[in-house]
Design a protein around this ligand. Structure first.
Ligand code: MG
Length: 338
């Protein structure tokens, strides 16, 4: 088996602002693993708040030698080898994991969900993400979101209430709120959450800084809405320590190191009675489609990352009337656009 990779820069359709940063592009590294003429595609997405970047991913991938592996069906031993090359490097590992799962499906002739034993449904809705916006921009973004059933609204700015007031003048759609650790005070947080609960908000992601576990436990006891851990959690190993402090967890392939660990994390979260949100970074349809194969296992889905970019390299998962449509093809089902 042979691995190839190249850096690429995603252009975002609109400037994307979070409580921590603002950007117009997202660097990624694209990966291809080839075996007997079949190619599996993978991707590492590297928003600026991650520790990893394009050069760390390329350094990691340069060390990966798949020449001694000659059966993609042996995916566990290949992924164990990749895992043992270095600690962390989750996005780099995810790029190989996704490519290998795509390849494995192509070799065995099965769509990834089938290989994983997951049944696709046609009622899986994804949210549409609205970054922190001024009040005029919000009007346009609500129009852009017309086919979506749920909005995901980024808060953690000076005008959180005005943002929600403005959206509520335009639409009654249910909202996922993502604060990206943007509220520093637990009393402020509980006031906001109690108010948001009356605004048809259905969950709150990462309201407080990730290391404030005691405050998160306090908040969970008082919160009328489910609070979901995102930045506070990386892999399945972290779930036990946040179980008491959150109602659920946002699982992303770039955090877990790929599909194998994400699937394990879903099973572990269920065991612990944690709710599951499947999320993403801004990514091409390559990584988004891979994550979509896990979406039937989630309580909520936020997989609009490829909709926010203007230079996708792949076709794959489609969003139709706000629902996730997974391609029924061997592997992840993505096709490289030429
Ligand atoms: Mg988040």
């Amino acid at each position: 088996m042979e691995i190839r990779f190249y850096p690429y820069e995603l252009r975002l359709k609109d400037e994307f602002t979070l409580s921590i940063s603002s950007r117009r592009t997202t660097p990624v590294v694209m990966v291809e693993v080839e075996y007997e003429g079949l190619v599996g595609y993978g991707e590492a997405s590297l928003p600026p708040y991650l520790i990893e970047n394009q050069s760390s991913v390329i350094d990691f991938l340069t060390r990966v030698d798949l020449n001694s592996f000659n059966d993609p069906l042996n995916i566990d031993s290949i992924l164990d080898y990749v895992d043992n090359l270095a600690e962390r490097n989750y996005a780099a590992k995810a790029s190989i994991d996704i490519a290998l799962h795509d390849l494995l499906g192509k070799v065995s002739g099965k769509p990834l969900n089938k290989y994983l034993g997951i049944t696709i449904r046609d009622d899986i809705y994804t949210s549409y993400t609205i970054g922190i916006s001024n009040l005029t921009e919000l009007n346009q973004k609500i129009k852009d979101a017309s086919e979506y059933k749920y909005l995901k609204v980024k808060l953690g700015s000076e005008n959180d209430r005005e943002i929600i007031f403005t959206i509520r003048e335009l639409t009654e759609k249910p909202i996922f709120v993502d604060v990206n650790q943007g509220w520093s005070d637990k009393y402020f947080a509980i006031d906001m959450i109690s108010w948001l609960a009356e605004q048809n908000v259905i969950l709150i992601e990462q309201p407080l800084p990730k290391d404030r576990i005691e405050d998160a436990i306090w908040l969970k006891e008082k919160s009328p809405l489910p609070i979901i851990a995102d930045e506070a959690v990386q892999t399945s190993k972290d779930l036990v320590q946040i179980e008491e402090a959150y109602f659920g967890v946002n699982i992303k392939l770039m955090k877990t190191g790929g599909i194998r660990e994400a699937y394990k994390m879903i099973l572990k979260a269920r065991e612990l009675n944690l709710k599951i949100l499947i999320g993403c970074m801004t990514e091409t349809s390559c990584a988004i489609t891979a994550a979509a194969h896990l979406s039937p296992l989630a309580d909520w889905v936020d997989l609009d990352g490829a909709e926010l970019i203007s230079n996708d390299l792949f076709s794959g998962m489609k969003i139709v009337d706000g629902t996730v449509k997974i391609p029924i093809e061997p592997g992840t089902g993505v096709k490289k656009l030429t």
